[in-house]
Design a protein around this ligand. Structure first.
Ligand code: SER
Length: 918
């Protein structure tokens, strides 16, 4: 009889069992990776990649974890099948050249049959066709009946799946999978390799990564070189094992999901019916509820590890998951945002195992709610898009399947809604096209999703080259060795001028992008100046630093080189990086210690800092922050870097980044003694805060729900900007007669004038000139008076009000003068081909003034056509009025004005009775 265990008990039992076998209990890596090849952690082994290659620096050779994983390649199946998830937990045990197949298989057997007390008769095992060793261990040493063993090929029993034929190159190995049989009395002849349904579930994958999958390919398969290391990587889905243990058929019916499902039902007012027959309306509804539960759970974990709904990378997956869940809510008949209400249940169910969840629950709920609202308006746009497609499509009864799938995949537009709309027009989706697009999409997302290894000459050489030593904290140039030169992924001995290259140096003074700090740029020079490579990017691929650039002259080749970092760029970047730490500290001092960094970007031009805070920062808060940082700069505090054991660093109060992985030894950056700021950081800093020179907040804005962003400048950039502003303020002051203008007023001044900084001076001059001119018109000296008092903004606002007032006066004056001409125009009426024509010419009268005069003329002579023109500051305004009685004779105001307007080089038009031009 299997043990009735909760999922939490199972998690502990597994980790305890392997701890007793000498495996170190290691924490889960974050869900979001900094690995460029994959968005999410997809397997327990991901954080141990280096260890398999013998490059890792962990102090143990056996480990056990419960790893948070996310896979989106099977997303279309989630909720529909009993055992697909996006987010899931993988129980794993790992050996790094320590225990091997014998122990792995024996311990898996012991855990399943002794600890969990699963019925051995219901277990099945698969082994790779080439792996006699594993087969013999199962059959002879364990005594597992061969009748329940199957041999399968690369797609089922190799990991990464199919690697011998399709890559990726790198570590891999045969695996042996353990299955549970849900229907032991089911038809004979059905086994895990040919199961047409859900009879068998794979509960544990034992991988033996003993090979390096490498070129060349012979007969369609890559070479499998022995790594010379006996590694073990096993993965067991916690949800699946819990399902088997709890005697359920569906993972979602385990205790792990019950709390979450109950909450989905509560917020959507829907009912979940466990065990509803497939095809029934209850089961359809169940599937929706399960999918909502899965997606909110996954999104909550992703947000807890730092993701946010965006349009790229992991953020895009988060966005899609929320959107799919919104569509399901829609189908349950609810129109209001409600998904955020499920987050607390995820916390209840899993918060004690994953403390990051409760810490980020409010933020997760806020981000989800905002996304829900936005998506509802996107849905309305999707409808427009479909309408447009329908208007321009080729005739025929089928609607392009690829387009329908794109609407669904890209815009999140549900297929059923598309079908309903097509139905109204007696159209249907071209199914073959849809299937093809869906298959292509699956292939792409699969290849992006579960690949853990990539290949190029440089990444293949990682084991040989080892991690790159970095000397750039102290040295900006150095005599080093160019150890591998790569063009288009292949190693080369030479690369001519103009070629884009990637290369590794040993050691390197170039800082690789990381920790929010941009990569160094610079040059690599060959011996005696034989060649120059301009370095434009530097990235870290695990330990290896990969430089990218272009050969600027000569012929680049491996060997000794002189590497020189662009000093100005580095100096400006370092000033911004130290300023970022000071800003972080000042934010905590002004807003409270709950402020945590949510992201940062440090480059030579500016810094960007994101942090959690519910409201906009006030001007006063911003000023206090600026002053605080300014004070630390004036105090000329030394910046001290130290490498300490992590516990000691934490004891000193070092700020660590949430969700970041740290080793046992960490680099700390402390400002002042005792420190005013201390952070764990691998970036580049100035040696003393005096080098930060100045600090200025340029903008404070919203970045996401509950997250604010500050854009600021420091160092020479801030100094240069301050000088530029002093100059601009003086120039503006001069126009306004102010000798000591305050540059801090420039922003408000720009706003008052709705002008860019470079336009300010010209705008001011025009304003003052106009004010003087208007003064003359009404014989006033107000402008001179206004330019005697106040600062920049006060003077400008005074002038603006003054000009506005006088413009109005001038207009009234001109309108009165125009009206005075009415009698003269009537007296000068002409008869042209039996039509009375009234023509008037004015100056300084605008379109509105012309219409008033025109109306007066029409009142006096209703049968006459009227043409009026006015000139103001070199611009013409025209008006034509033609009474309806004249329209049948071909005389129309619109046509008339058109030909007149062309004569003055303008355009216009209007109705037959009235038209205007300028
Ligand atoms: N890496 C293997 C898997 O993901 C076993 O942990 O299935």
């Amino acid at each position: 009889m299997a043990m009735a265990m909760t999922a939490a008990e199972l998690r502990d039992a597994y980790l305890d069992f392997f701890a007793a076998k000498g495996c170190t209990r290691h924490p889960s890596a974050p869900l979001i990776t900094d690995d460029p090849t994959t968005l999410f952690t997809v397997a327990g082994m991901a954080q141990f990649k280096d260890m398999f290659l013998g490059r890792g620096a962990l102090p143990f050779t056996r480990a056990t974890t419960c790893q948070k994983c996310m896979r989106t390649n099977d997303i279309l199946n989630v909720g529909r099948t009993p055992r697909h998830h996006t987010f899931f937990e993988m129980l794993g045990n790992f050996s790094f050249d320590d225990y091997f197949k014998r122990e792995t298989i024996a311990w898996a057997w012991e855990f399943l049959t002794r600890v969990l007390a699963l019925d051995p008769e219901r277990l099945w095992v698969s082994v790779h066709t080439i792996d006699d060793e594993a087969w013999d261990i199962w059959a002879r040493e364990i005594g597992f009946p061969e009748a329940r063993m199957v041999r399968l090929g690369d797609d089922d029993n190799f990991w990464p799946a199919g690697a011998p034929a399709d890559g990726p190159l790198g570590p891999g190995g045969c695996c042996s999978e353990i299955f549970w049989d849900f229907e032991p009395d089911g038809p004979a002849g059905v086994h895990p390799g040919n199961d047409p349904g859900d009879r068998f579930v794979e509960i544990w994958n034992l991988v033996f990564p003993q090979y390096n999958v490498c070129e060349p390919k012979v007969d369609g398969r890559y070479r499998l070189d022995d790594l010379g290391r006996r590694n073990i990587d096993t993965g067991a889905g916690l949800e699946r094992m819990a399902c088997v243990l709890q005697g359920k058929r569906n993972n979602f019916d385990t205790d792990l999901f019950q709390t979450i499902i109950a909450q989905v039902c509560a917020v959507t007012d829907a009912r979940y019916v466990e065990g509803a027959p497939s095809g029934s309306s209850e089961e359809e509804r169940n599937a929706l509820i399960r999918r909502i539960a899965d997606h909110v759970r996954g999104v909550s974990f992703a947000i807890a590890d730092g993701a946010q709904p965006t349009n790229t990378g992991a953020g895009y997956v988060v966005r899609r998951l929320i959107r799919r869940a919104v569509l399901d809510v829609d189908k349950l008949g609810l129109e209001d945002p409600c998904l955020h209400g499920v987050v607390p249940a995820v916390v209840t169910a899993m918060g004690s195992a994953y403390p990051e969840l409760p810490r980020r629950a409010d933020m997760a709920a806020a981000l989800i709610e905002r996304e829900e609202r936005q998506f509802r308006s996107t849905l309305r746009r999707g409808l427009d898009l479909l309408e447009r497609e329908l208007a321009t499509r080729d005739p025929g009864p089928a609607f392009d399947g690829d387009k329908a799938f794109r609407l669904y995949e890209t815009y999140g537009f549900p297929r059923e809604v598309t079908e309903e709309i097509l139905d109204e027009r007696e159209l249907r989706i071209d199914e073959a096209g849809w299937q093809q697009a869906e298959a292509a999409h699956r292939a792409v997302s699969r290849s992006k999703d579960v690949v853990v290894f990539t290949a190029s000459a440089l990444s293949d050489a990682k084991p040989r080259l080892g991690p790159t030593a970095y000397v750039g904290y102290d040295q900006l140039s150095a005599d080093v060795e160019l150890v591998l030169l790569e063009v288009d992924g292949a190693a080369v001995e030479t690369a001519g001028a103009g070629t884009a290259v990637r290369f590794a140096l040993a050691p390197t003074p170039f800082y690789a992008e990381g920790g929010g700090q941009v990569a160094d740029h610079g040059q690599v020079l060959g011996p005696d100046g034989a060649f120059t490579i301009q370095v434009t990017d530097v990235q870290r691929d695990e330990g290896l630093v990969i430089h990218s650039g272009v050969v600027a002259h000569g012929c680049a080749r491996p060997g000794p080189v002189f590497a020189a970092v662009d000093q100005d760029r580095r100096g400006d970047t370092a000033a911004h990086h130290t300023a970022t730490h000071l800003l972080h500290q000042a934010l905590c001092a002004v807003l409270g210690d709950q402020v945590e960094q949510q992201g940062s970007k440090v480059d030579p031009g500016e810094l960007r800092f994101d942090f959690n805070h519910p409201q906009q920062l006030t001007r006063e808060q911003q000023t206090r922050i600026e002053q605080m940082v300014g004070d630390w700069i004036i105090q000329a505090l030394d910046v001290q870097v130290a490498v300490l054991p992590i516990d000691q660093a934490r004891a000193r109060g070092a700020k660590a980044l949430f969700g970041e992985k740290y080793g046992d030894e960490v680099r700390t950056v402390a400002v002042g003694e005792p420190p005013v700021s201390i952070e764990l950081c691998g970036g580049c800093h100035v040696a003393n805060t005096a080098e930060v020179k100045q600090f200025r907040i340029l903008r404070e804005e919203a970045s996401a729900a509950g997250i604010r962003r500050i854009i600021a400048i420091a160092g020479d950039v801030a100094v240069a900007r301050a000088e530029e502003e002093d100059r601009l303020a003086l120039a503006c002051g001069k126009v306004l007669g102010l000798v000591d203008p305050d540059p801090r007023e420039l922003a408000d001044l720009a706003q008052a004038l709705k002008a860019k900084p470079e336009e300010l001076e010209g705008r001011l001059r025009a304003l003052v000139d106009e004010a003087h001119e208007l003064d003359q018109l009404v014989a006033s000296t107000d402008t001179t008076q206004l330019l005697l008092q106040g600062g920049l903004v006060e003077r400008v606002q005074g002038l603006q009000a003054h000009v506005k007032r006088l413009r109005k006066q001038r207009q009234q004056l001109q309108a009165r003068q125009a009206m005075a001409q009415v009698d003269g125009i009537l007296a000068a009426a002409q008869e042209v081909a039996g039509v009375s024509l009234l023509v008037g010419q004015f100056s300084g009268v605008d379109g509105k003034g012309l219409r008033e005069v025109g109306k007066t003329l029409q009142d006096r002579r209703p049968e006459a056509a009227v043409i009026l023109g006015s000139e103001t500051d070199g611009k013409a305004a025209l008006l034509a009025l033609v009474p309806p009685a004249l329209h049948p004779r071909g005389l129309q105001a619109g046509a008339l004005i058109g030909s007149l307007a062309r004569q003055v080089g303008g355009g216009g038009g209007g109705r037959p009775d009235q038209a205007q031009a300028g």
